[in-house]
Design a protein around this ligand. Sequence first.
Ligand code: AMP
Length: 249
Amino acid sequence: MKALVAVKRVVDYNVKVRVKADGSDVDIGNVKMSMNPFDEVAVEEAVRLKEAGKVSEIVAVSLGGKKCEETLRTALAMGADRAVHVETEEKLEPLAVAKLLKAVAEKENPQILLLGKQAIDDDANQTAQMLAALLTASQGTFASKVSLENDEVVVTREIDGGEETVALKLPAVLSADLRLNEPRFVKLPNIMAAKKKPLDKVVPADFGVDITPRVHVVKVAEPQARQAGVKVADVAELVEKLKNEAKVI
Ligand code: AMP
């Protein structure tokens, strides 16, 4: 059984991004970039399924500029077998990503497709759902537990106030939540070995997919700065301020 894992190159989660002076976007020039944290979890899950003998091959896919190669090499070092880079310098919206992943999936024919639940740069949380719809495949989003049995995948989903367990027919698109696993630390020999693993390059035009953006960002702004707090002498003063200044009680 083949697994396909989508890995996005995003601004590292430790970086505090700044808004460009003209408010058109955030400035990501010269900031550290890494694999989207939820995608690391997705790769780890695919590798664990392979180690358990449930999956025979893992194909990692990334869409974007030249440097996505680094993200794919990380996925290969974690245990993916092959990589596909859909190279484009155009800004890709979730619908375009889903269409391109569909095209790759139609070529590769995976039974299980693992994505992150959301990319930490656009926070869209759309791609897995759109991909499942486009492929008319089952979908198990926000997965915190996955078990693969014959022609079914049983997924425990993180939902409001609890968990839901669903059994899905294959092929299935899953989106990984952080609780699914803890990604492994990549060791140097694996990083070296990953350099020799196959990495194929394609461009969106190879699939005839229209990636024209449909959304225009009107404005990006910093959140309002928090006001400084004040120290109160006792509970009575606190209650008085909450009542008469903040007017929240
Ligand atoms: P989003 O819907 O944008 O929040 O992204 C959800 C998931 O879709 C990510 O965690 C990735 O697994 C996948 N994805 C989105 N954009 C890309 C991309 N450019 N390359 C590879 N995977 C992507």
